[in-house]
Design a protein around this ligand. Structure first.
Ligand code: PEP
Ligand code: MN
Length: 344
């Protein structure tokens, strides 16, 4: 729907706009009001070039889209009934809990195996473990491809699916070849469209693979987050889970600004499941349970929580924000109770 700056378009302006949309196979239908007229675009109005050209005309205020720009991830798309499975959990039917270490320590694999067993015992459905890590400081531990074997051994020992972040094409291929069930796109890379395309292309060859897409701190409108998911799904595998993980600017005292409250907004626009990461959001173990429960209250389909059998021996974020398995167990119980209450 085209809204002009003035109350209506002049005949010359209407001719110009009509000629532009005709190039894209569309027509204009004026909707004439007593004071103001607006102009419907009849046809497929999603072409960005057409929209940009009209919005660039100095007499146009803006275009309000009626058709969604998300062909696949929109709540009204044909995929709306698609269900994503992670191990034994069908998203939307049961709360999915992903838990485990921020970073696998390749020198101390037993911590990871113990953590994997403990988070399973605490009620987690899937295990996370960082193999390659995006670190602010180039001299910090960057991860180690050897940890991929440790991650997969943790999966074999527990029988649970595993999740790891990937940051480039080589890592995507190594992770998928090793059998990693869920590829994580981190907050730093959620706007890296070439990585999103690579992941989309590779997971399209593995219909069971799932992508956990974190929200970038640089994303503004909800549409940017859903568009990133659309990039991946466009290649043919729509198993993309949206993961709010705290945004910017930070809330004084928290690592980031908690953003679990965007869950209902996302659910209004997309069928994609929402799994909230409270660990990176608030960034301190003692704040994590409240944030996780808030996420469930907001309608999240799952949680991704950092946990470690001995947080002080962890590397990466674990000393600060990992929950011990006993705290995790209580939290999972409460989260499941809260979800049942919400649904009842
Ligand atoms: C992580 O999951 O350990 C991580 C680095 O997350 P994020 O991309 O959300 O910062
Ligand atoms: Mn982390």
């Amino acid at each position: 729907m085209i809204l002009p700056k003035a109350n209506r378009l002049t005949p010359e302006q209407l001719d110009e706009v009509t000629a532009i949309v005709a190039e894209f196979g569309c027509r204009i239908q004026p909707i004439v009001g007593a004071v103001r007229s607006i102009y419907a675009i009849l046809g497929d109005e999603r072409d960005e070039l057409m929209i940009n050209r009209i919005e660039g005309l100095e007499y146009i205020e803006r275009i309000d889209r009626i058709q969604s720009q998300f062909k696949l991830m929109d709540k009204r798309s044909d995929l709306a009934t698609h269900r994503i499975r992670v191990g034994g959990v069908t998203l939307g039917e049961k709360l999915l809990v992903i838990a485990g270490q921020c970073t696998i320590d390749p020198k101390n694999p037993n911590y990871f195996y113990e953590t994997a067993a403990a988070v399973k015992e605490a009620g987690a459905d899937s295990i996370r473990g960082g193999v390659w890590k995006p670190r602010t400081n180039p001299y910090s531990f960057q991860g180690d491809a050897k940890s991929l074997d440790i991650l997969m051994e943790g999966s074999r020992r527990t029988g649970l699916p595993v999740d790891a972040e990937v940051m480039d094409e080589e890592q995507v291929e190594l992770a998928l070849d090793a059998g990693v069930h869920m590829l994580q796109v981190g907050a730093r890379n959620a706007l890296n469209y070439s990585l999103l395309r690579t992941i989309g292309r590779e997971v399209a060859k593995r219909p069971d693979a799932v992508v956990l897409l974190k929200r970038s701190i640089h994303m503004g409108p909800i549409s940017e987050f859903i568009s990133a998911a659309e990039y991946i799904a466009a290649f043919g595998n729509p198993n993309v889970i949206l993961c709010p993980r705290g945004t910017s600017p930070t809330m004084d005292g928290y690592r980031n600004h908690p953003d679990e409250s965007i869950t209902p907004l996302l659910k209004e626009k997309t069928w994609a499941p929402v799994v909230v990461d409270p660990s990176h959001s608030v960034g301190k173990a003692s704040y994590v349970p409240a944030c996780a429960l808030a996420a469930v209250a907001y309608g999240a389909d799952g949680l991704c929580i950092e946990s470690h059998v001995s947080p002080s021996h962890g590397i990466g974020d674990d000393p600060k924000q990992a929950l011990t398995p006993d705290v995790l167990k209580k939290l999972i119980q409460q989260a499941r109770q809260l979800r049942a209450l919400r649904r009842g």
